[in-house]
Design a protein around this ligand. Structure first.
Ligand SMILES: [Zn+2]
Length: 396
């Protein structure tokens, strides 16, 4: 039971702002449905937020139920901004967005992220300054930053777990190092978890409650979505599907084990298979010649699809998602990869575990992890937004 009328109103305000943060533009009727609040409470709180300048009415869109246009409400950029950072193995991407998830400015730089964590964090902080300038956003307006790292994340420390993967980051308190430099609260997660969050928020898995996002690029990882949120497991390492054993006699993996899925189906593994016959290729070129009909290129992509499908079949038996979204740069191969992957899931999973299962390519491409980092920052900024709004509304 909430103590006073004032705090009940604050709570309602928070719920309505949360609905707009999580689900984007919505009509008053949508908000009432999502929050369970009455139409009159929603109208009154929205009126208050509009006069304080935090919520704006945008264009009319068809109302789902009645078929007539309803005013769409969104959070105004003045309600706050968020920063997202994606540390890929050889690249850092940075973006700033408003709380309605519109990207205001974006930049990237190529550098060796794996080897030198401190240099990567320094470059990233410079890029943050650059995108904030470009977007005309003051640091005081930024409520939080989301950070994507390509390794197993220890959430208790805000850093990577110590492992041979990304050894350059061992002993570096990644989140607090970045926070110290940019002066914005930093929230850290694994890149595949954030790619998953982006795809279920904005991409191919929009509104899926349970989904597995399989990131196939220089490494292979999975992000598991449970009840609409990334699932981390006890120590934050849930979803490390790239290090599932698939061939006991296989190659030694960068994790130190032998025959992990990554040693068979990651981008570098596929390029290595073609080196003696095709010379040095990039993943982009591999996909291009596969599309043109090169049998060797098609073969390695199909085999990778089958190998990943077999591991995903096990995942489906254990986890029973409604959707599997395949992302990462290899997913640009489309049906050349997805068809054998689906066949393999069908062959190895329990039929009941894959009934009505959708297996689709991601829609957000190489920006998935960056957009997920923004979504994380926005999702974590609830209290900061509420405090900002409460200050303005009560002062008005
Ligand atoms: Zn491994």
């Amino acid at each position: 039971m909430t103590g006073s009328l004032g705090s009940l109103r604050e709570l309602n305000r928070l719920r309505i702002v949360d609905a707009l943060r999580h689900d984007g533009p919505a009509s008053r009727a949508d908000i009432a449905r999502q929050t369970g609040l009455s139409a009159s409470t929603v109208s009154s709180v929205i009126g208050e937020l509009q006069s304080a300048g935090f919520v704006v009415e945008s264009e009319l869109a068809p109302d789902g139920r009645q078929g007539r246009p309803a005013a769409q409400l969104t959070l105004d950029p003045s309600a706050g901004a968020a920063v997202g950072l994606d540390f890929d193995h050889d690249k850092v991407r940075v973006a700033v967005s408003d709380l309605a998830r519109s990207v205001l400015a974006e930049a990237s730089v190529r550098l060796d992220v794996d080897q030198d964590a401190t240099a990567a964090i320094e470059h990233a902080s410079d890029l943050v300054g650059q995108v904030l300038d470009e977007a005309g956003v003051g640091p005081g307006q930024v409520l939080g930053a989301g950070m994507a790292l390509p390794g197993p994340v220890d959430h208790a420390r805000g850093a990577l777990h110590q492992s041979p993967i990304l050894s350059g980051w061992t002993g570096v308190d990644a989140a607090s190092e970045l926070q110290r430099r940019i002066g914005i609260p930093v929230h850290l997660d694994n890149d595949a978890n954030l790619g998953a969050l982006a795809e279920v928020t904005l991409g191919a898995g929009r509104n899926a409650r349970s989904a597995a996002y399989i990131q196939m690029s220089s490494g292979i990882g999975a992000g598991l979505i449970v009840d609409g949120r990334p699932y981390h497991g006890h120590r934050g390492t849930a979803g490390e599907i790239g290090h599932v054993l698939v061939d006991e006699q296989g190659l030694i993996c960068r994790c130190g084990n032998r025959g992990c899925l990554e040693t068979l189906a990651s981008g570098p593994a596929l390029l290595a298979l073609l080196r003696s016959s095709h010379g040095d290729l990039t993943v982009e070129r591999l996909i291009e010649i596969a599309r043109e009909g090169d049998p060797g290129a098609r073969r390695v992509i199909a085999d990778a699809g089958r190998a990943v499908g077999r591991a995903v079949a096990g995942l489906c038996n254990l986890f029973n998602p409604e959707m599997v979204v395949v992302g990462g740069d290899l997913s640009a191969a489309g049906e050349l990869l997805l068809d054998p992957l689906r066949e393999s899931i069908e062959r190895y999973a329990l039929p009941a575990a894959t009934e009505n299962l959708d297996v689709v390519a991601g829609e957000l491409g190489e920006r998935a992890n960056l957009l997920g980092a923004l979504a994380l920052a926005i999702a974590q900024s609830g209290e900061a937004v509420a405090a900002r709004i409460a200050g303005t509304v009560s002062a008005a």
